[in-house]
Design a protein around this ligand. Structure first.
Ligand SMILES: [Zn+2]
Length: 170
């Protein structure tokens, strides 16, 4: 399984105890890690490439490469991932697809791959939930295992295609 964690973009998530290396890989199921501290809201989606792109092999032809480029662009728009109702301003985002073309050192076709996307928001008031829109972008994605940590506490939940609303209000 390939994981992707770079730079400081997930510093808050990591500092709050998340490990991007602990996830299982189940097609149809992704992971969503959320960390909120003060006005900073950070989230990281970890999605099987089979659901994000429709394939997990390395880009073998121009159609594959085009699919990667299209998704990489779509993921830069946070509205394709979540609907946060204008409460927050996107500060930065990155995803692992931007690096896919040059990241072909191993040639194991049976390897599983994830697509990861990280979003950093600045929010005027603490956010207590939002709706996941990523299901619309990825038809085979059925559920996300969600872990969240905020100043108020921590917990986990699951969102599904039919019930995509996350709330961590106690
Ligand atoms: Zn897989």
């Amino acid at each position: 399984m390939k994981t992707f964690t770079k730079g400081l973009s997930v510093a808050l998530l990591l500092s709050m105890g998340f490990s991007a290396h602990a996830q299982k890989h189940v097609h149809g199921e992704g992971e969503l890690l959320i960390a909120q501290e003060g006005s900073v809201l950070q989230m990281q989606f970890i999605i099987p490439a089979a659901d994000a792109l429709g394939f997990e092999h390395q880009a073998a032809n121009s159609a594959d490469k085009n699919a990667i480029d299209v998704l990489a662009q779509q993921l830069k728009n946070s509205s394709h991932a979540i609907d946060i109702k204008g409460q927050c301003i996107l500060q930065s985002t990155e995803n692992s697809l931007a690096h896919s073309h040059s990241d072909h050192d191993d040639h194991d076709d049976h390897d599983h791959h994830n697509v990861e996307a990280t979003y950093n928001f600045n929010c005027k008031t603490p956010v207590l939930g939002f709706s996941v829109t990523l299901f619309k972008l990825m038809p085979s994605l059925n559920a996300l295992n969600v872990q969240w940590i905020s100043n108020a506490g921590q917990g986990s939940t699951e969102v599904t295609r039919n019930n995509p609303v996350i709330s961590w209000q106690s």
